[in-house]
Ligand binder design. Sequence first.
Ligand SMILES: C[S@@+](CC[C@H](N)C(=O)[O-])C[C@H]1O[C@@H](n2cnc3c(N)ncnc32)[C@H](O)[C@@H]1O
Length: 353
Amino acid sequence: MGEFSEQIIHEANRLAVEDPRRNLGIALGQLIGTESPTKDTILDVLAARQQFTPEHLPPLLFSSLQYLALKDGKGLSSFGTMNSEEWKKYIENAVNVHRPDLTKLLKERNVQSFIIRRYFPAKLLARVAYGDSPVSMLDIGASLNLGLAAVAGDNNGEMFNGIELNEVPKNLYDGRVNLASGVGVDLFEPDKEWVKACIWPGHEDERDTIERASASLKDRTPQLSFRKLDALEMGEVPDLQDRFDIAVASGMIYQLQPELKAKFLETVGKVIKRKGFLLVNDYPPEVNAKDSFTYSTEVIPIVDGLLRQPLKILKAESPFYRKSRYPRPFVATQWRGTWEPNSSFAWPESWFC
Ligand SMILES: C[S@@+](CC[C@H](N)C(=O)[O-])C[C@H]1O[C@@H](n2cnc3c(N)ncnc32)[C@H](O)[C@@H]1O
């Protein structure tokens, strides 16, 4: 446990001083480095989740504490500014008062986000590739399963609050996606309160975005269903095989163990029709400090189950990622990106029949 506690402190110290995760990490590391109720609780959790690394624990603890506080209707404004001593007291008190609930959350949950504007590229791809024709879509790691609902509900970008679309040619995304059938899969059932609890200080407006999206999209997409399923098992489910034109993996692949990525891609090949696409939103490889609002998007054509050369359609820019290889940048409030028009226009007409 001593080494685990030191690693947590080491990871926390790598974060920027103003990052709210830093003080929580230091506090947690110190608490489990000495005899304390928190140490006993964490030992109990680790016995159940042996795959946990020191990187996993502080964010999950944070989300669990925030979930319990939100459930109690408590104000959370201090979470962003507490120093490590204050965090220590807060954690010890929560362990004291909420031990069974806290332990259950730490044993059963994972940190989950849902960011609706990450689905804009999927809308763009569906319109560019399929126009008004019916399209069948799969959302892998669907979280609240509202992403495809937004894709289907959008007319000209209004569902993707926060993205300024003025430099993306409007004809590329204008109009409705004719979503004939949609399936979202995730390891966890959609749980809005949990996903809201996973939002860090400084991004609180994301909670309102989730509430608004969920209210406006409720019951609007009966053709969209949800399955609680490990993505790696999708290929064995008969009614998912050869079913989809587009699969979306948004902010999901980075959560897989690296050695499982090849198996995941092979599985996607089984659920895509003879011709289709996998759209991947993920952190650009050069980004080493993760920023959950910064993504680049690749579209991977799939033919007869085989993945072709990825088309890089949108590229994130961030403080960590400044390459602007593509000529026509568009700027979003939270998400800076560039659009590569040729990647869509060069796709052969026959592809989409
Ligand atoms: C960071 S969230 C992204 C959610 C959403 N796609 C978005 O872009 O906002 C990643 C999601 O992938 C899910 N996930 C991770 N591994 C998975 C797997 N093997 N099978 C299914 N879902 C998985 C997580 O539970 C989580 O809901």
